[in-house]
Design a protein around this ligand. Sequence first.
Ligand SMILES: Cc1ncc(COP(=O)(O)O)c(C=O)c1O
Length: 481
Amino acid sequence: MTDKPRLLSVADAEALSIQDVWRLHRDHISPRQVNIFSSFGYGHDLFTEAEGVWLTTSEGRKILDFTGGFGVLNHGHNHPRILKVRREYQDKRRVEVHKIVFSPMMVALAHNVAALLPGDLNKCFFPNSGAEAVEGALKVAYKSRPARRDHVLYAEDSFHGKLIGSGTITGCQSKVWDFPRMANTASFRRNDLDSVERQVAALRKTDGSSNIYAIAIEPFHATTMTTCTGEFLIGLRRICDREGIALIFDEVYSGWGKTGHLFYFMAHDVVPDILCMSKSFGGGKASISGLVVRDPVFAAAYGTDASALLQSSTYNGFGEECATALEAVNIMIEEDLPGRARHIHEVLNAGLTALAAKYPGTIREIRGYGGFNGVVLDSPFDLIEKALAHVPNLLGDKRFFINKIAAAAVADEMYRTHGILTTMIDNGDLVVYAALPSLVVNDSELRQFLDALDKVLDKGLTRVSAEFVGSKLMMMLKGLT
Ligand SMILES: Cc1ncc(COP(=O)(O)O)c(C=O)c1O
């Protein structure tokens, strides 16, 4: 008889040291991830509590969180109303699984979502992740076309997720996407209707009708913090109407207030056939995404008994997840999170503009819209860049690589010296050092971020970057990576 394995309890997990966590992560999750995350100061800390925009480490250090949980935390960490609704749901022993019985939480959530969206965007499905919502959108688009069509169009710089379908139509990871691809996809340039028209013209059947079932687009492009123009979105709608193509808007990241609009597309006079949402929809606690479909499109896809269950999954619309999302949506409206995003932009944009004027050779460009704000840093390593010009191009795009180091170094210095957790976003070509705080951040916290960034830039990008690279070399020599 073999001994039973010693299993860890929640209490055991809470008592793990950072070294234990590294070891278990190496053994059972991913060794390389340990190397990547422990390169940063925050990879040496464990976080034991979170509230609003503040984290507390196991050592009791207070950290200002300016990552906004990568879109998940518009409400901040552990919003009291979100905690309350979940606690009550559990205390009342409510039903979680509803596979063959009706769910009041799911239908109430669907009602609210439909009530907030324009037009006849009325039919909802609630899976778990953004990528699942995108996959669901592709399915409903395909199935709703009266005659079979084979192709889907996407923007060449898009990000739609990491499953096979959503990954295939993700242009920005095309350099690294080493997986099977969904067949019959083609890309166009964002904000360039002519490039869309060229693909539409190229993808016709012999009878002249379109062979495209869907066009997918992020109306707000979170990875570069740039917008689609209203003219472009309306033009896409016109092309889709003319050709009988389903228009999919992916607002997984930009949705629910972050851009200063409930959804970015609502700033323009355009309605998609299918809308994908996720992230803060779950109030920072529930793993829930959404797919909302116009009535006639849904009816064409899933309007028969035979097709009615083709859109389903084990974990869709779970009770507590829907109750949480219901409360999250109500908070976003009652606390006017879109208005807060617009205010955050005013404060951060003014502050970053002042820093760009103060450090002209350091900040190349300021980006921002609503709660998405950031800077593109200038390359700090002129000498290194010149030296690398004589080296075979082993690093791919060297400027991109060096700028990534600079942004990482600033993020690391912000954390270690100033106790502010920040990040950078990149789309494979461009790196933006990003300030993406939760929408509940207050003015003094915004000031604290700007003052700290001022100090880091004052130290000098070259010095900060050199120290960052030097500390990595020391870790390598000590065998820590
Ligand atoms: C625009 C967009 N679509 C889809 C996704 C995929 O969402 P998930 O990571 O939940 O699968 C993301 C994730 O960041 C996203 O930003």
